[in-house]
Design a protein around this ligand. Structure first.
Ligand code: KG4
Ligand code: ZN
Length: 352
């Protein structure tokens, strides 16, 4: 039996969770407390790093205590303490990592300094016991990547975004159309009443042999289309959202298809296509991915929304995966604003 406490503070969610691995392989999320800071950031139309760090520090001790109480465990029952050590907003990362270090030191148990992206990547093994290797589409506000997950600690990035992340593009389009923050869900709702063919928007990188993403040209095209028809009616906004979302869907499907081919060529047969990150909540994207998975003869695994977006259970689970392979980290482990999953493919100055 193994119990790990997981702490997540890399962006605008504060979370503490306890996950258990039983000897027969059964996994149980004993608690997963999550507090979103969306209300604090909403007036600014985006996440403000200083506000985020302060909000984490104000609430994290209590969240850890509540997560332990809900799990019904004392600290001495823990086998390790895991925290996301990056990539993310450094002030927040420091809050979570320092808290984890203090607890680990106090109870004399190992610290696990977790890569937040690795935690997203391993979540389908917590929820669906997916076997290695598998293809991960990680699409959030900060990341858009296609990654071959070969083993714990063995990730091969097949493609990434060369400019904005997909969630970031949704957020920026929402902002320019005055739909509020966070933008993804608002754009999806507005798109339902819109005509996806009214605006002929570009599909950047469509058909290119490398499975990378590019969103900034598409975002600019939405802005130009909107400026050309000012003032915007509600129907105009719906049509712009629907046209934008349709372009994103086409790009995601095309890029994923290319990544599946690259995976089969370079690694072999993936056991599944796995989606993680907040954009995975988008129904149009999910339905399209289900069609392409079926076409490719692959199982599609999308963890439930609460485990797709940032949460402590995924950090605790990544801690368990590492701990049971004998990995742990020293108490001087660094907080890392940038930390690519696949360090061999990291480009100088590139986003993680
Ligand atoms: O994974 P996440 O909760 O946080 C990180 O970025 O790490 O993802 C948040 C992102 C935001 O950019 C948000 O607008 C986007 O996911 N998102 C969506 C939807 N729900 C959330 N994008 C498109 N459609 C949605 N339904
Ligand atoms: Zn995340």
């Amino acid at each position: 039996m193994m119990h790990v406490l997981g702490i997540e503070t890399t962006c605008d969610e504060t979370s503490a969770a306890v996950v258990r691995l039983e000897p027969d392989g059964t996994r149980a999320i004993l608690s997963n407390r999550i507090r979103s800071q969306i209300e604090e950031h909403r007036p600014y139309g985006g996440v403000v790093p200083e506000i985020a760090a302060r909000a984490h520090v104000e609430i994290l001790d209590r969240m850890v205590r509540d997560a332990m109480a809900e799990a019904g465990l004392g600290f001495d029952a823990l086998d390790g303490v895991a925290a996301a050590a990056g990539p993310g907003l450094i002030g927040g990362v420091l809050v979570g990592l320092t808290t984890a270090k203090a607890i680990a030191l106090g109870i004399g148990k190992p610290l696990l300094a977790i890569n937040h992206l690795e935690a997203h990547a391993l979540t389908p093994r917590l929820t669906d016991d997916v076997q290695f290797p598998y293809l991960l589409l990680l699409v959030s506000g900060g990341h858009s990547q296609l990654v071959a997950v070969r083993d714990v600690g063995d990730y091969h990035r097949l493609g990434t975004t060369i400019d904005d992340a997909i969630g970031e593009a949704f957020d920026k389009v929402a902002k320019m159309l005055s739909l509020g923050f966070p933008g993804g869900p608002a754009v999806e709702v507005a798109a339902r009443d819109g005509d996806p063919e009214r605006f002929a928007l570009p599909r950047p990188l469509f058909g290119k042999p490398e499975p990378d993403f590019s969103l900034s040209g598409l975002k600019t095209a939405v802005r130009l289309a909107a400026e050309a028809i000012q003032p915007l009616t509600e129907q105009d906004v719906a049509d712009l959202c629907a046209s934008f979302q349709a372009a994103v869907v086409d790009c995601v499907i095309d890029r994923t298809r290319v990544a599946i081919r690259a995976f089969r060529r370079e690694i072999g047969q993936p056991s599944a296509l796995v989606v993680a990150g907040g954009v995975g909540a988008n129904r149009a994207i999910r339905h399209a991915l289900q069609r392409s998975a079926t076409e490719a003869g692959l199982r599609l695994v999308v963890p439930p929304p609460k485990l797709c977006t940032d949460n402590g259970a995924m950090i605790a689970w990544a801690g368990i995966e590492r701990l049971r392979r004998g990995f742990s980290d020293a108490l001087d482990a660094a907080a890392r604003p940038r930390w690519p999953l696949d360090e061999t493919r990291a480009k100088p100055g590139a986003r993680a």
